[in-house]
Design a protein around this ligand. Structure first.
Ligand code: ADP
Length: 495
């Protein structure tokens, strides 16, 4: 079902410049780029286009704030309070932020309002609570010494984020960095810079000192690469594609820069015949269609046990046909447009490849409407393991369905991918659930659920889905150094 598209309501766009050292400034080059509404293909705003010169200024501000500013020296609890204050300000304008997110990204405004932003608040508040709970240990080493560790902030964090969850990715990155006492140079994705800039303004209003958070919108090979290469940046946290991560890793090698990567996936969503099939059908949809399929952990490979395959697929297909695709500002909309033309073209290319390589397009496969980057919820059956739609991350509403007969074969095929971000298992058999969960090579395994995220639960990839973890206590680690202090207890002159 298709609903008409429109650009209403139009949230105010107040920040379009770079945010450096607490000042809103144009790019030194004077350049701007256009951010586009993916539902209408109309321009939303011109945004300052940062490059290496602007990153230089941002790093200088972040360095000054870290090396000489109050932030890392502030009472830890006071840092936590400022993060809480930022959350209060986000809550005060949650409707407007949701509208801005929807306008820039295309996701249904209700998803942003009820999903992304509450999760972002939860994450920031969770890490606000950590600020005064980060401490070292005393260690009983041999000899007459007092030995202890200190957990110190790693320094200036360069943070490069994607366009699929702009606000949430800001929270995942700022939360642990701020709690640890780091300062930040962030580059939002070129497709979706607006909410990150708005959040920077709110951080300033909350009283987070100038220079602690700096935001440089711009493109990857210019602004992004400058962050990666700058010697004043101590650590880079990146969420995006594996190809970009490889470039970043090479560029960071000279300085042995600390890196954390959250990359792509081709996650198996496994349905056994004994599962609650109503719940599993919903889970199959959530797995692939959440956020227009633009999730790194999308359950894009649906494995269905032989005996229920046909009936279950029928259900998934029927549900797919009913999904409401259209105007992200219509409260009834379940699926908005893909984020931009490049993603739209890439997904349509994979749909064509699926057909060409012999899979059956059971539903969908076409563009919706003539304006905006809308794609029908699409299900391919008869997919074999070698096809490109079975192997590559499509990052769109395209599900590939596989049939399996036994558990050994299933585990082998589910793991036969270079990715390892997430997986799900649907079964009523508790032993089998835990057994398969143990054998799947993935950073997150959901049992009888999908896409359940919590700020306290670590998230990240095995294999080429990345390294390091975000969220939870593990998510703090990349923003901390451990310093060991060893003190001789011998009296002066008595050694
Ligand atoms: P996607 O394909 O999902 O857009 P990318 O990896 O291209 O994923 O983009 C994720 C983020 O990485 C964006 O903010 C983008 O601008 C940035 N980026 C892209 N190329 C580079 C690069 N060479 N160096 C640093 N950042 C980059």
């Amino acid at each position: 079902m298709v609903t008409a598209t429109s650009a209403r309501p139009r949230p105010r766009i107040r920040q379009t410049q770079l945010f450096i050292g607490g000042q809103w400034v144009p790019a030194r080059s004077g350049k701007t780029f256009v951010t586009v509404n993916p539902a209408t293909e109309e321009p939303i705003a011109d945004v300052a286009e940062g490059d290496a010169a602007d990153v230089e200024a941002a790093v200088r501000a972040a360095r000054e704030a870290f090396d000489n500013g109050p932030w890392p020296r502030l009472d830890a609890r006071a840092r936590g309070r400022l993060i809480h204050r930022l959350c209060d300000l986000i809550e005060e304008e949650i409707d407007e932020l949701a509208a801005l997110e929807s306008l820039d990204n295309g996701k249904p405004v209700s998803d942003a309002r009820l999903g992304d932003i509450p999760l972002a608040l939860d994450c920031l508040r969770y890490y606000a609570g950590w600020a005064d709970k980060i401490h070292g240990q005393t260690i009983p080493i041999n000899g007459n010494y007092f030995c202890y560790t200190r957990r110190e902030p790693v320094g200036v964090a360069g943070q490069i984020i994607p366009w699929n969850f702009p606000i949430l990715m800001v929270a995942w990155k700022w939360g642990p960095a701020l709690a640890a006492g780091c300062t930040i140079v962030m580059k939002p994705a070129e497709q979706t810079p607006l909410t990150c800039l708005r959040l920077a303004r709110l951080a300033q209003k909350a009283g987070i000192p100038d220079g602690v958070i700096n935001v440089v919108p711009g493109f990857g090979p210019t602004a992004g690469a400058a962050i990666v290469k700058h010697p004043g940046i101590d650590k880079v946290a990146f969420t995006g594609s594996g190809e970009t991560a490889q470039i970043i890793m090479k560029q960071a090698a000279d300085q042995l820069k600390r890196l954390t990567f959250e990359l792509g996936g081709k996650s198996p969503n496994i349905v056994f015949a004994d599962a609650d099939l109503d719940a599993a059908a919903v889970g199959a949809h959530v797995g692939i269609y959440l956020n227009q399929g633009q999730c790194c952990c999308a359950g894009s490979r649906l494995f269905v046990e032989d005996s229920i395959h046909d009936a279950f697929v029928e259900r998934v297909v029927a549900g797919s046909r009913k999904r409401r695709v259209g105007d992200p500002f219509d409260p009834a909309t379940e699926q908005g447009p893909q984020v931009d033309k490049a993603q739209f073209d890439k997904i349509m290319g994979y749909i064509e490849a699926g057909k060409r390589e012999g899979a059956t397009c059971a539903t969908g496969g076409k563009r919706v409407g003539e304006r905006g980057f809308f794609i029908e919820p699409t299900v391919f059956t008869g997919v074999t393991d070698g096809m490109s739609i079975a192997r590559d991350e499509i990052f769109g509403p395209v599900l590939s369905v596989f049939r399996f007969a036994d558990v050994e074969e299933l585990v082998r095929r589910a793991n036969a991918t270079s990715f390892g971000l997430a997986a799900a298992v649907w079964t009523r058999d508790v032993a089998r659930a835990h057994d398969v969960a143990r054998r799947l090579r993935a950073g997150t395994v959901w049992v009888n659920c999908y896409d359940v995220f919590d700020a306290a639960a670590p998230f990240g990839g095995f294999k080429q889905s990345g390294f390091g973890r975000e969220l939870g206590e593990r998510g703090l680690e990349p923003y901390l150094e451990t310093k060991t202090v060893t003190v001789s207890l011998a009296p002066p002159g008595g050694r």
